[in-house]
Write a protein that binds this ligand. Structure first.
Ligand code: CP
Ligand code: NVA
Length: 331
């Protein structure tokens, strides 16, 4: 598969033009169609990719493994306790070794600098499977899901409520700027996104004349008014587990519940969540946390999460096709 994206790494969506994001999405839609029709896309038969995970994952890991298989490739999982990285070997040396062995590298972990250094030293395409700063492949699946439902992206009203400065919020803001959305964040003032990143996103919207607007507000009702989609994510991300008490007290007014949904005034409102979600106490960890703070749900109520307006499992499935598209086009 010869493309103009060949050899590129996906470290942050900031590095891509609206036309390139369009290419990722169009390819993802094609791959989804092919899959439903039982067709295969062995564009990269015989190639191999490494999947590096410092943090846990269900969707991202599976989507890379399945996407690789769909393209005719082998994917090798390298968990944090499996390899020398971070203990006996530097990022630079690991990158140089993996670059000699594999055709592409996925990385999930803490530092954005690690994924940048892997790209710098490996000489092969590197894909960011989530860092503390960005989650670009998630935003691609989210936008595919929005487009699947609305039929368009430009002008779509996307309201993100919750932790406004996490990896998911940051990537949604950049993607919205590039694709011309009306993007709002509703969150506590201390959880506003980095002002420098907001300025960068606005500058991208202006550079490509996408018509995107970005609004950051402490008023959850104002954030969701007239929205097409409400998006939320966990209040405490991986690596921040000591912050539950603080986040719960800050973010309680931003819970996606029946009252907030009514504020949209949109009977067709839809919901997204990158998952995993604290919408009930069905997990041991969730139960412990919720009981400790006397809550039954956290960022989204069970009722909203399970409603027919919730598109979270389509969104999870779309991780496959978007990640497959990223690999297909950059390898
Ligand atoms: N949404 C997402 O990235 O899920 P995982 O953490 O399970 O990969
Ligand atoms: N913000 C979350 C996303 C999980 C997919 C985290 O980093 O844990």
């Amino acid at each position: 598969m010869e493309t103009n994206l060949k050899g590129r790494s996906l470290l942050t969506l900031k590095d891509f033009t609206p036309a390139e994001i369009r290419q990722f999405l169009d390819t993802a839609f094609q791959f989804k169609k092919n899959r439903k029709a039982g067709a295969t896309n062995y564009h990269h038969q015989g190639k191999t990719i490494a999947m590096l995970f410092e943090k846990t994952s269900t969707r991202t890991r599976c989507a890379f493994a399945i996407g690789a298989r769909h393209l005719g490739m082998h994917a090798e999982f390298l968990g944090k306790d499996d390899i020398q990285l971070g203990k006996k070997e530097s990022v630079e040396d690991t990158a140089k070794v993996l670059g000699r062995m594999f055709d592409g590298i996925e990385f999930r972990g803490f530092s954005q600098k690690t994924v940048e250094d892997l790209a710098k030293y490996s000489g092969v395409p590197v894909w960011n499977g989530l860092t503390d700063l960005y989650h670009p492949t998630q935003a691609l699946a989210d936008f595919m899901t929005i487009e699947e439902n609305l039929g368009y992206l430009k002008g779509a009203k996307l309201a993100y409520v919750g932790d406004g400065r996490n990896n998911v919020a940051n990537s949604l803001m950049i993607a919205s700027a590039l694709m011309g959305l009306d993007f709002r964040i509703g969150t506590a003032e201390s959880l506003f996104p980095d002002p420098a990143l907001v300025e960068e996103a606005k500058a991208l919207a202006a550079k490509y004349d996408t018509g995107a607007t970005i609004t950051i507000t402490t008023d959850p009702n104002a954030a969701v008014r007239g929205a097409d989609f409400i998006y939320t994510d966990v209040w405490v991300s991986m690596g921040e587990e000591d912050k539950f008490a603080e986040r719960i007290s800050l973010l309680k007014p931003y819970q996606v519940n029946r009252n907030l949904v009514a504020e949209t005034g949109n009977p067709e409102i839809k919901f997204l969540h990158c998952l995993p979600a604290f919408h009930d106490s069905e997990t041991v960890f969730g139960k412990q946390v919720l009981e400790q703070f006397g809550l039954e749900e956290m960022e989204i109520t069970d009722e909203v999460f399970r409603s027919p307006h919730s598109k979270v499992f389509d969104e999870a499935e779309n991780r496959i096709y978007t990640i497959e598209a990223v690999m297909a086009l950059t390898l």
